[in-house]
Design a protein around this ligand. Sequence first.
Ligand SMILES: O=c1ccn([C@@H]2O[C@H](COP(=O)(O)OP(=O)(O)O[C@H]3OC[C@@H](O)[C@H](O)[C@H]3O)[C@@H](O)[C@H]2O)c(=O)[nH]1
Length: 313
Amino acid sequence: MRILISGGAGFIGSHLVDKLMENEKNEVVVADNYFTGSKENLKKWIGHPRFELIRHDVTEPLLIEVDRIYHLACPASPIFYKYNPVKTIKTNVIGTLNMLGLAKRVGARILLTSTSEVYGDPLIHPQPESYWGNVNPIGVRSCYDEGKRVAETLMFDYHRQHGIEIRIARIFNTYGPRMNIDDGRVVSNFIAQALRGEALTVQKPGTQTRSFCYVSDMVDGLIRLMEGNDTGPINIGNPGEFTMVELAETVKELINPSIEIKMVENTPDDPRQRKPDISKAKEVLGWEPKVKLREGLPLMEEDFRLRLNVPRN
Ligand SMILES: O=c1ccn([C@@H]2O[C@H](COP(=O)(O)OP(=O)(O)O[C@H]3OC[C@@H](O)[C@H](O)[C@H]3O)[C@@H](O)[C@H]2O)c(=O)[nH]1
């Protein structure tokens, strides 16, 4: 099978490449513009006969013969997606149109990685796929959450109008090795701060919650969804829910007990609670996450120690 991964040089994308390359029948093509992804994440595959890496921005059309498209391309960290919001919404809308156009032309099945952010600041907890969400259409996060909502709409319209085979995953907060050190998301920030001996920056009020999924579980869920029979949307996330203060305390305990935890200002529209209802993923995909936060954090710590050159004492 020939498989295209848009955004495949990102941290989730590159773990997906590793998993798909294990199957000798797969050929993998990655298209990435390297805005947040990097060649470094794929260096072990460069030159491999079943692997190809293209510098490509999904807001431009791509002509290529493939059987499967994993459409991941889009900056995912709030700092990066808010940096150039017009570009973010173009990536979600024009990028998804281009990927759907390609799927239509070559008859490929396409999977969109949507997001838990489609639920906005949710009024239902935990969030099932049937919940329509509580999203601010004109806020600073809208380029991403409304962008992904339009991307989901486009997927279903191409499915209904043109019979394209679609799959939609709603990804909840994901972490693991190869995240950018300066990614800006909370787990990578806290681990980098703990290793550098800096205070952990908990954004106020600190009682907001997130549920963190380790990247290998995420990749397993995405492949099951692609190869299964259900269009989705399906939540893929770990239901273990933590406040940001609890997360900071856990990182402090596991990585550097001598650091401080300080409260800092937050950004607008930060969702107050988030936890996936994964009953559909269990039932339809036979999927549930295996790696607990206390197991995943040390794996990420190892990777960050190497890249930050902070050896264990
Ligand atoms: O240094 C920090 C960074 C973040 N935070 C807090 O940690 C929480 C999580 O923030 P992150 O930036 O890691 O991620 P968010 O949950 O806001 O968004 C993420 O959600 C799901 C994914 O689909 C998206 O890729 C991403 O947008 C927020 O409440 C934020 O205020 C801190 O307390 N300190």
